[in-house]
Design a protein. Structure first.
Length: 94
């Protein structure tokens, strides 16, 4: 299931028209803020069912943490111009 975030950028476009080059700084700040929030959510929910070596996340909650590999793989990288990608680096991620 994909997460979609829609941002009304009309106010930003008005600001950017008066401040050339600011869009990259704004996009970067937003991307790094999203990364930080995403990392902070990992393991912050209520625990779910307990197994021998694993405690699952509660239904509808953020993922429980076993090794930290998923959370540690979340990163932000520039994608050219004023675009950034916030992604994870594990095969079982988003």
């Amino acid at each position: 299931m994909a997460t979609v975030i829609i941002i009304d950028d009309a106010p930003l476009r008005r600001i950017m028209a008066n401040m050339p080059g600011i869009e990259g700084k704004i996009a970067g700040a937003l991307a790094f803020a999203i990364e930080a929030k995403w990392k902070a959510k990992q393991g912050s929910g209520n625990p779910g069912r307990a197994y021998k070596r694993h405690v699952a996340s509660a239904p509808g909650g953020p993922p429980a943490i076993d090794t930290g590999a998923f959370r540690n793989s979340i990163h932000t990288e520039p994608d050219g111009g004023s675009s950034y990608i916030v992604a994870d680096g594990v095969g079982y991620g988003v």
